[in-house]
Design a binder for this molecule. Structure first.
Ligand SMILES: *Cc1c(COP(=O)(O)O)cnc(C)c1O
Length: 361
């Protein structure tokens, strides 16, 4: 098999070393004669896996001691419902910044549970999408929380600046950029992320919650989504997604062995710069996001002549470059280049793009 680079937006590629390790110990884990997925989540062996994963994640992100780290069911969208139910009553309001598909989705879900208010939206100037200033004024301090999505996976929009919200806790959906750049966790109330972009298999989500927010949940919050209950039971109120948790743990070890988040960030800057340079250097490819908000993780681009889209995708596939088709609502192409994507994958893609532009420009 010749080399394949998988640019899927999610579930996305995982580090090859992690997959090989999981494969090597799939049937006989730690000489127990069975798989890690065949043992009790309450066994001392699994509890060690769980605790190590949590500790490594805490180290990687410098999570302060006054935050709970939860390994939850239900992916990213599970948290679209869990956040309003855990942080506010039905009578309260919460602020939502709308910047693309995922923050729209979070807003629509929140509307079922409370008074969700839109406090800003993306704007288009000269054909380029940008994000307005993220500020809550003094007369907007009654919101239970401020929700935003720092990386819009579909539209390829990333917000690197932290919103200025005063005393209103910030809730961030980091599903597609967690662990890709350094962050100051102490600035957030809740950080959540579906695992399948930068952490591990789908179905799992990681939730990081500041302790003083744990007692705000409404009584009707389902127990398996209830942050305080989940904290009390160390994410084992019901059977957790054990295999996904184990795999996430292997990814955290891989990250540590590869220099941690700071090293990932440097590598991600380099990968993204390489790809955007290739897009910008000719009129053959276009990107429609303002340079200040271009995502390092999901790089969208259009062919100026969209009649060539199908051919581009076919030839890319033949060259071992998988899953470059853009999301159906934006069209064009999208290369998702999360932590696990090596620089070589991006340079192979840019070589292919230049060749394709030369032959068809
Ligand atoms: C993928 C994604 C989600 C949804 O995750 P599911 O696990 O499918 O629920 C939510 N938010 C963002 C930013 C995503 O990229």
């Amino acid at each position: 098999m010749s080399k394949i680079f998988n640019f899927c937006a999610g579930p996305a590629m995982l580090p090859v070393e992690v997959m090989q390790k999981a494969q090597a110990e799939f049937v006989n884990w730690q000489n127990l004669g069975c798989s890690v997925m065949e043992i009790s989540h309450r066994s001392k062996e699994f509890i060690e896996v769980a605790e190590q994963a949590e500790q490594n994640l805490r180290n990687l992100l410098n999570v302060p001691a006054n935050y709970s780290v939860l390994f939850a069911h239900g992916g990213g969208r599970g948290q679209f419902s869990a956040v309003p139910m855990n942080l506010a009553t039905a009578e309260q309001s919460a602020a939502y910044l709308l910047t693309g598909s995922w923050s729209d989705g979070a807003f629509n879900e929140a509307e079922k549970y409370l008074n969700a208010k839109i406090v800003g939206r993306t704007e288009t100037h000269d054909g380029l999408v940008s994000v307005p200033k993220l500020i809550l004024n003094e007369d907007e301090q009654d919101f239970a929380y401020y929700h935003f999505c720092p990386n819009e996976t579909v539209e390829g929009i990333e917000i690197s600046e932290l919103p200025q919200t005063g005393n209103v806790p910030i809730v961030a959906d980091m599903s597609s950029n967690i662990l890709s750049r350094q962050i100051d966790v102490s600035q957030y109330g809740v950080i959540y992320a579906g695992a399948q972009k930068n952490i591990g298999p789908s179905g799992l989500s990681v939730v990081i919650v500041r302790e003083d927010l744990l007692d705000r949940a409404r009584d009707t919050t389902p127990s398996f989504m209830h942050y305080q209950t989940m904290t009390k039971y160390q994410s084992m109120y019901n059977t957790p997604p054990t295999y996904a948790w184990y795999l996430a743990g292997l990814v955290f070890k891989w990250l540590k062995a590869n220099g941690g988040v700071a090293a990932m960030e440097q590598k991600n800057i380099e990968k993204a710069a390489l790809l955007y340079r290739c897009i910008d250097e000719s009129d053959f490819y276009l990107n429609k996001v303002h340079p200040d908000f271009r995502s390092r993780m999901n790089v969208g681009f259009h062919l100026a002549d969209n009649k060539l889209d199908e051919l581009f995708l076919q030839q890319a596939e033949k060259a071992g470059l998988r899953a470059l088709k853009g999301h159906r609502i934006v069209g064009g192409m999208r290369a998702s280049i999360y932590n696990a994507m090596p620089l070589e994958g991006v340079s192979t893609l840019t070589e292919f793009m230049r060749d394709f532009a030369r032959s068809h420009g």
